[in-house]
Design a protein around this ligand. Structure first.
Ligand SMILES: Cc1cc2nc3c(=O)[nH]c(=O)nc-3n(C[C@H](O)[C@H](O)[C@H](O)COP(=O)(O)OP(=O)(O)OC[C@H]3O[C@@H](n4cnc5c(N)ncnc54)[C@H](O)[C@@H]3O)c2cc1C
Length: 83
């Protein structure tokens, strides 16, 4: 909604990207674990899903860079409060 209204900030977008990428990783990791050793094998769909989910924490800006953007926003917000 913020994006449609042209109010989406870089910090909010970074927080959303970070959260969704990390949750995707946790969920697919749990799903693979549920399948046991079979889930690690190429024959099982979950193996492919696991590999595909891993890239989310890297492309379009890594999770570390998302944290940096969020952190920078917090510093600026705090600095503005001191004025
Ligand atoms: C399948 C795939 C598709 C892609 N598609 C596109 C695309 O369509 N368009 C496009 O432009 N790019 C694309 N990329 C590139 C992708 O965006 C980059 O791989 C990504 O931004 C990470 O950059 P890097 O690989 O140079 O890693 P690096 O920048 O070398 O980072 C290596 C590691 O160091 C960490 N790191 C780096 N700097 C810091 C820092 N300041 N603080 C803390 N940690 C840090 C990173 O988080 C990472 O874990 C794609 C990559 C892949 C694998």
């Amino acid at each position: 909604m913020e994006h449609v209204e042209r109010k989406l900030t870089a910090e909010t977008a970074a927080a959303a990207k970070l959260y969704v990428s990390e949750v995707e990783g946790w969920v697919v990791d749990e799903c693979l674990q549920l399948h046991g050793g079979a889930g690690y094998m190429d024959e099982y769909e979950i193996s492919r899903l696991y590999a595909d989910a891993r890239i989310s924490r890297i492309y379009a800006g890594t999770s570390e860079i998302m944290k940096e953007i969020i952190g920078r926003g917090l510093v600026w917000t705090s600095a503005e409060g001191l004025r």
